[in-house]
Write a protein that binds this ligand. Sequence first.
Ligand SMILES: Nc1ncnc2c1ncn2[C@@H]1O[C@H](COP(=O)(O)OP(=O)(O)OP(=O)(O)O)[C@@H](O)[C@H]1O
Ligand SMILES: [Mg+2]
Length: 257
Amino acid sequence: MSDLRIEGLTIALRDARGLRPIVRDVSLHVPSGTSVALVGESGAGKSMTACAVLRLLPTEQAVITGGRIEFDGVDLLALPEEQMRTYRGAKIAMIFQEPSSALDPVLSVGAQVMEGVEAHFGRRGARERAMEAMRRVELPPEIFRRYPHQLSGGQRQRVLIASALAPGPSLLIADEPTSGLDVTVQAQIMDLLYRLQRELRMSLLLITHNLGLVAQRTETVYVMRRGEIVESGPTLDVFRAPKHPYTQTLLRMAPTL
Ligand SMILES: Nc1ncnc2c1ncn2[C@@H]1O[C@H](COP(=O)(O)OP(=O)(O)OP(=O)(O)O)[C@@H](O)[C@H]1O
Ligand SMILES: [Mg+2]
C-alpha cells in the first residue's frame, strides 16, 4: 500500500504584510502503484506542494495553513516529528529539484547512498543494500568509491535515484528529476524511473515541465497554476481534450506532443 491523498492543502508565505497564500486548496490523489504527474508554470507551487508531503518546506516563512495529507490513511500533518521521521526516506522518498546541492562533495557516493539506509535500518546490511540500489540504477560498482565531482550529471542523477530507492520506499516524489540533463540522458533517466517504479511497485509523483514524458509515463495528470489545481484527469484524456484555457495554452506550447 502506498496511497497518497492531499486534500485542500493551503500553504502561505509569511512576509512583511502578513500571510500570502502560495498554494490554495490543492487536492491530489496518488493511488497505490500508479504514476501521477504534477505540471504547470514556474512558481505555481508544485515543489511547495511536494515538500509539504514530507513536511520539509524550503523556508521557515512557508507555513501549512490548511488541509490534510494522508498516506495510507495516516494524517501526516498530525504526526509528531519523531514519527514523521519514520516516513521520510523510508516510506516516502523524494528526489529534490536542485541536484547539485543534494550530494555532499566530500563524501564518496557509496557512503552517501549508505547513509540513508543506515538512518532507517542500521549498519547491518547497509552496504549490500546500497550496492544493490546502485546496481538497479545501472551504475557500475567502481562508482561506489567515487566522489560527486568525478561523475557526469546523468551519473549524479542516478546516484540520487539510488539514494532515494535504497531504503525501499513505497512512494517516490521526483521533482524535476531530469532538469539540467541533455535530452538523451533525460530519456534514459525517465525510462529507468519508469521501469523501477513498476519493478518495485512504487507509486510515483512526478513533477516536470517535460509534457512528452508526462504523456508517455503517467496515468493521471494535475495541472497547477498560481497555487491552484486548474485541471486534472487521466493523462491521455486531458492531453487530447484539455478543458481549462491554461491547459490548452500549455499544451499548445509543447509542439512535440
Ligand atoms: N525558499 C523559498 N523562499 C521563499 N519563497 C519561495 C521559496 N521557494 C519557493 N517560494 C515561492 O513559493 C511559490 C511556489 O514556488 P514553487 O517552488 O513551489 O514553484 P514550482 O511550481 O515548483 O516552480 P518551478 O517549476 O520553477 O520549480 C513561488 O511564489 C515561489 O516564489
Ligand atoms: Mg519546483
